[in-house]
Design a binder for this molecule. Structure first.
Ligand code: BTN
Length: 254
């Protein structure tokens, strides 16, 4: 808290030693009218959740495992934009604290040297025409050694400590992340998505590349040409048609 320089985000913190997932608690809290900016954080998660029902490795004390409840004034179709706001904010915070310049892989994987250092899981509570709460689940690999990752992750995951060769102060990083999310959410609410889109495209390692987008029931090959004003990834398919996609696994082709 002493590092925290925000108006609302993170001003209420629920801290745990261990949880199944900070997402579960955040959903309960949001349902019970937790205020905008309430943060749930845990030293470890025994059932950490990734996108697409994957597990998320959340070892004790090694990373930042947290869920932020935000209540921006949005229609449900704008929610993907908020994911990109969070991705840009976390990337900026990592830059500021470590001096490293990570890439963002659409929609919101943050990579250092092609390996994943951060994942963001966005979940919603909605009425038909309004978002009641967005639960931003943020997992940052901070102080793992290479050996701390299970073998199946060793070639695809990294940590800030591996990247810069020294421990990173988690409290300072959390404070920076919250500051940037608050700042960029305000920019977004005041000026719309255009400035966020510009920032996001500056960090993107996806735009301009030949990609394969793997979705639940479809696979698309084409060139990523940018993101739409709603936050969808625009792909020019090999036959020339343009498609916007909400959610997929992106493989970047060489
Ligand atoms: C991804 O698949 O890239 C998203 C990973 C999100 C992990 C974070 S850790 C804090 C929060 N609680 C969870 O169970 N998942 C998210």
């Amino acid at each position: 808290k002493k590092h925290l320089n925000t108006q609302t985000y993170g001003q209420t913190i629920h801290y745990y030693e261990t949880l199944e997932s900070t997402q579960f608690i955040a959903h309960d809290e949001a349902q019970n009218d937790a205020r905008d900016g309430t943060l749930i954080i845990s030293e470890e998660q025994t059932l950490g959740k990734g996108r697409m029902s994957r597990p998320w490795n959340s070892a004790y004390g090694k990373g930042i495992w947290m869920s932020l409840i935000v209540r921006p004034n949005l229609a449900p179709h704008q929610a993907p934009q908020m994911t990109l706001v969070a991705a840009v904010a976390v990337t900026r915070a990592i830059e500021e604290i470590t001096g490293i310049h990570p890439d963002i892989k659409w929609p919101n994987d943050i990579l250092i040297n092609g390996k994943k250092v951060t994942g963001i899981l966005t979940e919603l509570q909605t009425d038909p025409d309004r978002v009641k709460a967005i639960i931003l689940g943020i997992g940052i690999n901070v102080n793992q050694f290479p050996d701390d990752f299970p073998v199946e992750l060793s070639t695809i995951a990294t940590s800030l400590k591996i990247a810069i060769g020294s421990e990173v102060n988690r409290a300072k990083l959390i404070a920076k992340v919250l500051e940037f999310i608050e700042q960029y959410t305000k920019i977004y609410e005041t000026h719309g998505f255009a400035p966020i889109k510009l920032l996001w495209e500056g960090y993107s390692n996806t735009v301009g590349k030949q990609i394969r987008a793997v979705m639940l029931n479809e696979v698309l090959d084409g060139t990523a040409i940018g993101i739409s004003d709603e936050g969808l990834l625009k792909i020019r398919l090999d036959d020339g048609t343009i498609r916007g996609i909400y959610s997929a696994d992106i493989e970047i082709q060489k």
